[in-house]
Design a protein around this ligand. Sequence first.
Ligand code: 5GP
Length: 197
Amino acid sequence: MKLLEEKIRRDGVVKTEDILKVDSFLNHQMDVALFEEMAKEWKRLFRDCPINKILTIEASGIGIACLAGREFGVPVVFAKKSKTSNLAGGMYKTQIQSFTHGKTYDVIVSEKFLSAEDHVLIIDDFLANGCAVNGLMELVHSAGGTVEGVGIAIEKGFQGGGDALREKGIRVESLAILESMDPKTGNMVFRPQPQQS
Ligand code: 5GP
């Protein structure tokens, strides 16, 4: 998606070879008009899927997921990172290793908000190694639901998580895919995406 790539080039900061900072428009301050365009693009890409729920993970997926929820006309659920290992009942749970902090979190969703009837679109801000998406898929499968696809804002293609999911037959639509980034020059190379506007 050209608009997002341009925004990343203009306002993204390459911190290291594998960490991109986008806190001026995506995951701290939020460019809601851009989120709206991203949501429209996911809606276009997943127009043939019977999506009735969106699932994301706190905190930085929530903003983009809300706009996507409006566009699809479906509820948005966010998985919560729980600090207590002694979790209450009535929850689907899994563990996710945080790419940015290195820690492993217990992640939960109430059984009230995911079921076998659900056809879920998973949304997140970044896809790196795929731990977050795999954990969210596990929660949907625990409920007996169907993962229709995965919508990502920025995939770091060189970390392999997205292509590993695609090889398993999962539909992953990332609006910008970075093939490399250089912390010295700030240079970024994007994967060409002919199907996107
Ligand atoms: P994964 O689980 O795919 O390895 O990493 C995805 C998760 O880690 C996302 O939920 C995102 O919050 C975080 N993340 C991964 N890479 C980056 C990055 O380069 N910058 C930022 N800000 N977050 C990242």
